[in-house]
Design a protein around this ligand. Structure first.
Ligand SMILES: *[C@@H]1O[C@H](CO)[C@@H](O)[C@H](O)[C@H]1NC(C)=O
Ligand SMILES: *[C@@H]1O[C@H](CO)[C@@H](O)[C@H](O)[C@H]1NC(C)=O
Ligand SMILES: *[C@@H]1O[C@H](CO)[C@@H](O)[C@H](O)[C@H]1NC(C)=O
Ligand SMILES: *[C@@H]1O[C@H](CO)[C@@H](O)[C@H](O)[C@H]1NC(C)=O
Ligand SMILES: *[C@@H]1O[C@H](CO)[C@@H](O)[C@H](O)[C@H]1NC(C)=O
Length: 431
């Protein structure tokens, strides 16, 4: 956000709207008040400086200890691949050829204040006349790239008996190529307003949402705030904090097997795997000093979590994927994405050690659960405390990044839920 310029809009009374100028560090990008085609072009000098930093990373003195973080082998494997083999040129060209991207500025009004929110997003239209607009929202440590394994099947499904979609996959501000908010106060409420404004700008006054991780959090605010626009949602991260009473019943041995399993998963996550979340939701800048200076440190920070929440029977992360995913934060700098945790806490969602209370969703929702994700086996009755959850699918394979890891299963859940026009409410589209 540099300086303001004045644009005059409209032919009647002259309406002067100050449109701020936005930029993304190390990327050629312009943001205007309507969608403009965008291809990723990252400054090659920055890419080379990053590679040199990786090559020169100071190694920890490894202790003979396990479970302290990604292994020494991971450190050297990823460092050497990045220094010697990784090609940003190829990666950039592959993303640009696979995903049609745009930039824009949306101007939602939130509590009587007009925001100017620059966004990067993917938009693919279906040629099916009955296609439904679908907003796909990613989370941390993911990005818009998570949509890449399902987007072609959503826009061009195998036959007319399953629904087709126009797909919009934005980068949350601070992630990918959406510039980070320049001050605090931009969290899931503001993201929900912004993505609703984006759908309206694209000519989709009504749409459905699919999301996991922060996408699953934002969709709850957005569906709550805009029940006339959000027709229905499918969440693969519908989290409910167990109540005092649930924990009392557990202690008394009166919980169901699903309830026991879900509480154990949450406990293991909180006690053994949630340290990243505590620091990102309390002092993200303290962390950002080191992570901005060390691309390899940042990649290993992300990989530590990425590796815990995938199904090892389905996939393992390659050095190339780890580097590319980390660059979706590192190119603009990882601070803005990390501090989204703090904003979720501010808006009442995740607190430091629990999952807070998210707003009630009145529109019909289906939830998909995967064994390597932390919402796995949460009972439907508990899910319904968060809103109008009509369907729960318990998948037997897959993890947190379902769209990327088990695209066929998520596609089936999407097709089956939005294909049920009555239950999901998509008959509102008149199809
Ligand atoms: C990271 O290390 C673990 C254990 O040494 C190994 O199983 C895994 O494949 C490694 N991953 C990468 C990307 O090197
Ligand atoms: C990457 O592309 C740039 C131009 O965009 C070119 O100058 C450079 O040589 C390429 N690097 C490699 C390793 O191919
Ligand atoms: C917004 O403006 C309206 C009308 O001026 C006022 O009633 C309302 O309290 C304002 N809301 C906030 C959150 O400031
Ligand atoms: C259409 O495609 C879906 C998804 O692949 C499949 O489940 C279904 O059997 C197909 N229906 C027909 C009539 O081919
Ligand atoms: C998705 O599309 C690809 C390419 O057409 C196809 O090979 C794959 O089977 C599709 N997946 C599903 C679940 O239909």
């Amino acid at each position: 956000m540099l300086q303001s310029s004045l644009l005059t809009l409209g032919l009647g009374p002259i309406l002067a709207v100050a449109v701020e100028q936005f930029s993304v560090p190390n990327v050629e990008a312009i943001f205007e008040t309507s969608p403009k085609p965008f291809e990723i072009h990252v400054d090659r000098q920055f890419i080379e400086e990053t590679r040199l930093r990786v090559e020169n990373t100071r190694s920890p003195v490894f202790l003979n200890a396990i479970g302290d973080g990604p292994s020494a082998e991971n450190f050297t494997t990823i460092r050497d691949f990045w220094a010697n083999e990784y090609s940003w040129n190829d990666t950039e060209a592959a993303i640009n050829s696979k995903l049609e991207q745009y930039t824009t500025i949306v101007q939602p009004v939130i509590d009587n204040a007009t925001y100017q929110v620059p966004l990067h997003f993917v938009h693919h239209r279906s040629d099916r006349a009955d296609a439904i607009p679908l907003l796909f929202i990613h989370g941390w440590p993911g990005s818009f790239l998570e949509v890449s394994h399902i987007i072609a099947n959503l826009t061009h499904p195998p036959n007319a008996s399953v629904p087709a979609f126009h797909v919009v996959a934005p980068s949350i501000p601070g992630f990918g190529f959406s510039p980070a908010p320049q001050k605090d106060g931009f969290g899931p409420v503001e993201a929900g307003h912004s993505f609703n404004a984006l759908m309206a700008q694209l000519g989709y006054p009504k749409y459905v949402i699919q999301g996991g991780d922060f996408g699953g959090v934002i969709l709850r605010y957005q569906s709550h705030l805009f029940p006339d626009s959000v027709v229905s949602a499918l969440s693969n991260f519908w989290i409910i904090q167990p109540s005092e009473n649930d924990l009392r019943l557990l202690a008394e041995g009166q919980s169901t097997p699903d309830e026991v399993a879900y509480i154990k998963i949450l406990e293991t996550y909180i006690n053994q795997a949630s340290g990243y979340r505590v620091i990102q939701s309390t002092e993200p800048l303290t962390l950002a000093y080191g992570m901005t200076d060390s691309p390899l440190g940042n990649a290993l920070w992300m990989y530590s979590l990425m590796n815990k929440i995938i199904d090892p029977a389905i996939m393992s992360w390659t050095p190339k994927e780890i580097i590319t995913w980390s660059l979706m934060y590192y190119i603009q700098g990882p601070y803005g994405g990390m501090r989204f945790y703090k904003e979720v806490s501010r808006d009442g969602g995740f607190a430091t050690f629990d999952f807070g209370t998210l707003p009630l969703v009145e529109v019909p929702v289906a939830i998909s659960q995967f064994p390597y994700d932390i919402t796995y086996r949460m009972p439907l009755e508990w899910a319904q405390r968060g809103g109008n959850v009509k369907k729960r699918v318990v998948n037997d394979h897959g993890g947190h990044f379902a769209a990327y890891e088990v695209p066929g299963r998520l596609l089936n859940d999407i097709w089956s839920w939005f294909g049920d026009k009555e239950a999901s409410g998509v008959k509102a589209f008149g199809i």
